[in-house]
Write a protein that binds this ligand. Structure first.
Ligand code: ZN
Length: 309
């Protein structure tokens, strides 16, 4: 049995495969961000849970952010910064009591796509990652290309090509430089680290729900079940919520599975403004009375705020 671990910045996922490569079980938990010891314990916990459940012992491989530096034997280039400078592969091997294979997650991804994914059969594959971090990997004839510094294919810490004056020097990056592509394009980066420190993207929210960190979701004018691809696993994620509230002008797919549906007024049924296709603010004057119990979005939010303060 082989156990593969995907160590991400926000989530930790493990899969066990039998000798034929068929999935036996899959487990997921939140990554204890910022805590190295807890990260090692979370991985050994997942492995132990899987092995107890199946009554078998497996080999363990980990796809992780960053790389083990060939020069120092320690983790470098990881956007999960609490791993930096640690002998992660040795510490994990000691904790699990067996040898562990560790590889850069982007390289694992490139190899996976090259073997039986979107690039199956291609001789040279560049896999691009846009997530919590910005990275990439290169696979040549189905094998990862590490490169002399174990960073082949990494493009997230190059500067923006042709930056405008207001984009230089750019936001600070954990790597010590400024304006790296990762600070502009990554999930937490969004529109730059500085602008969006407390923000959470929709993908992050879905991850948070799966990991049990988010228990309730209040969707206003958003229908993730109808707008995201089936591969995003939205229905499965939303069904894990303790409370799903959908506020929209129509009963959407998301609304149909919500615990509470709040009917919102249409644009023609309220006064206000909206952004037109050219990005200009346009006033809207109410032309119709809202039907039934439908109310303007702001009025619903204000009433809930007043009722729950
Ligand atoms: Zn950087």
């Amino acid at each position: 049995m082989r156990i593969g671990i995907d160590l991400g910045g926000t989530k930790l996922e493990a899969i066990a495969l039998d000798e034929a490569g068929s999935e036996l079980v899959r487990r997921r938990s939140a990554t204890p961000a910022g805590d190295y010891g807890a990260t090692i314990r979370a991985i050994t916990g997942l492995v132990g849970e899987i092995e107890r459940g199946l009554g078998r012992r497996g080999t363990v491989g980990v796809g992780m952010p960053g790389a083990i530096s060939p020069a120092t034997g320690l983790v470098k280039n990881a956007n999960s910064v609490w791993l930096l400078g640690k002998a992660f592969h040795r510490d994990l091997a000691a904790a699990l009591g067996r040898p562990v294979r560790v590889a850069n997650d982007a390289n694992c991804f490139a190899v996976s796509e090259a073997v039986d994914g979107a690039a199956a059969g291609a001789a040279v594959v560049f896999g691009v990652i846009l997530g919590t971090g910005v990275g990439g990997g290169v696979a040549i004839r189905g094998r990862a290309l590490d490169g002399a510094n174990a960073i082949a294919g990494e493009w997230g810490h190059n500067p923006l090509p042709w930056p405008r004056d207001d984009e230089a020097p750019g936001p600070p990056c954990y790597c010590g430089k400024r304006g790296c592509i990762e600070t502009w394009l990554s999930g937490p980066g969004g529109f730059g680290y500085g602008d969006n420190d407390d923000g959470t993207t929709l993908a992050d929210m879905l991850d948070g729900i799966r990991a049990g960190r988010i228990k309730a979701l209040y969707a206003i004018g958003e229908n993730p079940l109808g707008t995201l691809p089936a591969s995003a696993g939205v229905r499965e994620a939303l069904s894990g919520l303790d409370l799903l509230v959908a506020q929209d002008a129509f009963l959407t797919d998301t609304g149909a599975m919500a615990h509470v549906v709040l009917p919102a007024a249409l644009a023609a049924e309220k006064d206000g403004t909206f952004l037109d296709g050219h990005g200009r603010l346009q006033p809207v004057v109410r032309a119709l009375d809202a039907k039934g119990e439908a109310r303007p979005d702001w009025a619903i939010v204000a009433e809930i705020a007043n009722a729950t303060r």
